[in-house]
Design a protein around this ligand. Structure first.
Ligand code: CA2
Length: 149
């Protein structure tokens, strides 16, 4: 059975509690429940971590392989646009990674248009709200199945 690490970056713990106009009213707990349901449907295991700290996310990416995860789904939040460290971690561990975003980052401010993660991800899903995570999970599982990992 595949095991997928789902990472949520900074401020995503505030989902549903603040700024519902941009990010909707769904809480992170609710998104995690939807992901768990989808994982059961797909027959995979997921481990979920949210952190507001860049280094914690980097450490989790480094540990992914020894913790037997074959794939990563990451919403790095604002670190998407700033973090060479997270980009290098993903590139360094060589674990297929899907980048997801709730909002369509290309319809927003210019500074959100650049992702440091996109060049080291197998793909990016952006703009579908909580469904972005579900699509991201489906995409990584499909990729792993096809690549015979
Ligand atoms: O659209 C996404 O998923 C983002 O990764 C969300 C990040 C943002 O910096 C990226 O550009 C796009 C922000 C997550 C912050 O979420 C909040 C939720 C409620 C209240 C405040 C922030």
């Amino acid at each position: 059975m595949f095991s997928i690490l789902v990472l949520h970056g900074p401020n995503l713990n505030l989902l549903g509690l603040r700024e519902p106009g941009i990010y909707g009213s769904e809480t992170l707990d609710n998104i995690n429940r939807l992901l768990q349901q989808e994982a059961e449907t797909l027959g995979v295991k997921i481990s979920v971590l949210q952190s507001n700290h860049e280094g914690v996310l980097v450490d989790a990416i480094h540990s992914a392989s020894s913790e037997q995860h074959q794939g990563i789904v990451i919403n790095a939040g604002a670190y998407t646009h700033t973090s060479v460290a997270i980009r290098d971690a993903i590139s360094g561990v060589n674990i297929p990674t899907v980048e997801v975003h709730l909002s369509n980052i290309y319809r927003r401010e210019e500074f959100r248009h650049h992702s440091f993660i996109a060049p080291v991800a197998i793909g990016q899903i952006s703009g579908f709200g909580s469904e972005s995570y579900i699509l991201g999970l489906k995409a990584i599982v499909n990729y792993l199945q096809k690549s015979g990992s």
